[in-house]
Design a protein around this ligand. Structure first.
Ligand SMILES: [Cu+2]
Length: 439
């Protein structure tokens, strides 16, 4: 893999300069979506049909968004809105959402990769066979700075739907009636090859408003890594000869929220502390406190801690401010680099700040090239969320061959976006707040 990667790096070097130069002004060849100003009000998604994704799920929820394809980030989703069956208008959730880096440092300190900005992640977009987009549509992507400029088109973007099991279940008080629904998701994904690896970038939009972002690593372990004789690998062939060097995959996402059509949002952190039962009390007590995050923050996940992004203007029908909760996923945080030391970063929007490390854009003298440097005390008015999810990959025999997909990622979940469960059946629609005595 190292050999393979380095040879690709060599190939990339020639186009590296032009990519960096292009990145400032031309983010993609994808058309109207790219030209849309970031601060545009949240009208319905403004992009031509080829770059529009609109899916009404069988449970009544519609997701809408535009897509484009960036020379470093690969797939970028913009103007993402959610419209459950009870809402007259689409509710804008995200102005843009994309990967912001895949950083792969090796345990032996021999090498580290910035796959998005340095190793052609976007250019490694793979053609998908119809069978790997079951029931869906495969869109053709024109890859910017394609390795073969004569053949830049790749059938590489799958949009499809999938069932996810129960969305809810409830036994009625009277009779034998069971209220239940099977949840449906819209899936949007690409596969990008980097060296011997293939990364699946999956966006999953649930009919209940939750969005899951995951990267799955598959393909092959790199044969060039079967050399760890220094106790930093795992034997994966017969006996104890071929040691695959362990490494981390540190994946970053960048989310620009646009709740109710505005990128000006608030951030809050919640922490809960459990203390011993009060004297004479029956059980331990838990106290939850809210901390307003008013300035840029490098945050760390912790037991009973979570964050939410709150709309400044939008309210649901219960008069509660709409928000999205950030739900961290399982992570192995890699403390080796300044930008991987924290799980989440909130920065105030700056156009040039696009990648969590090795940022190719010029943010000015002394501005730094990574997200940790951009957390410098500024007041948050237009917060950008950067999530870092790490996976320490200690190879195992089962990793060949091919290597089973290993997923890492996180979710954002609606909190008070709708006044009730967006999938509530009509018969239960009056059960909001103090329970009905008749229930
Ligand atoms: Cu790996």
């Amino acid at each position: 893999m190292r050999v393979n990667r380095i040879s690709r790096a060599g190939n990339r070097a020639a186009v590296g300069l032009s990519v960096a130069a292009l990145a400032v002004g031309v983010t993609s060849a994808a058309g109207p979506a790219a030209a849309q100003p970031k601060a545009a009000p949240a009208a319905a998604a403004d992009c031509s049909a080829a770059y529009r994704i609109e899916q009404k799920l069988s449970t009544g929820t519609t997701w809408r968004m535009c897509w484009r394809y960036d020379t470093n980030a690969g797939l970028v989703l913009e103007d993402i809105s959610y419209q459950p069956k009870g809402e007259a208008q689409p509710i804008k959730v995200l102005t843009s959402a994309k990967l912001a880096q895949i950083h792969v440092p090796y345990d032996d300190g021999s090498v580290e990769y910035d796959d998005l900005t340095g190793f052609g992640f976007a250019q490694g977009l793979m053609n998908l066979a119809p069978a790997e987009c079951p029931g869906g549509t495969i869109k053709t992507v024109k890859v910017p700075d394609a390795w073969d400029p004569e053949n830049p088109n790749v059938k590489g973007l799958c949009t499809t739907t999938r069932s996810r099991g129960h969305a809810y279940r409830m036994q009625a008080d009277t009779g034998n009636r069971v209220y239940q629904a099977q949840g449906k998701d819209l899936l949007v994904y690409t596969v990008n090859q980097v060296g011997w690896y293939e990364y699946m970038t999956e966006w999953r939009f649930q009919d209940d408003g939750t969005i899951n972002m995951n990267v799955g690593a598959t393909g092959s372990l790199s044969p060039g890594d079967y050399d760890a004789g220094d106790g930093r690998g795992w034997p994966i062939g017969k006996g104890a000869k071929a040691y695959a060097t362990s490494h981390n995959h540190n994946v970053f996402w960048r989310l620009n929220f646009g709740l109710d059509g505005s990128t000006k949002n608030k951030v809050e952190q919640y922490d809960s502390v459990v203390s011993a039962p009060a004297q004479g009390g029956e059980a331990p007590r838990t106290k939850t406190t809210r901390t307003k995050v008013t300035k840029e923050l490098a945050g760390d996940a912790k037991n009973m801690r979570w964050w939410r992004v709150v709309s400044n203007t939008g309210k649901n029908k219960d008069d509660h401010a709409r928000s999205y909760e950030i739900v961290p996923g399982a992570t192995s945080k890699y403390p080796g680099r300044s930008y991987t030391k924290h799980d989440i970063y909130f920065t105030d929007y700056k156009k040039c700040e696009q990648f969590a490390s090795h940022n190719p854009r010029n943010c000015g003298t002394g501005a730094g090239k990574s997200v940790d440097k951009w957390v410098n005390g500024q007041t948050l008015t237009q917060p950008i969320v950067w999530m870092n999810v790490g996976f320490h990959h200690v190879a195992r025999d089962e990793d060949q061959q091919p290597m089973p997909v290993h997923w890492q990622g996180f979710s954002i979940a609606p909190r008070d976006v709708t006044a009730m469960n967006p999938l509530t059946p009509p018969a239960l629609a009056d059960q909001n707040g103090q329970p009905d005595n008749g229930r």
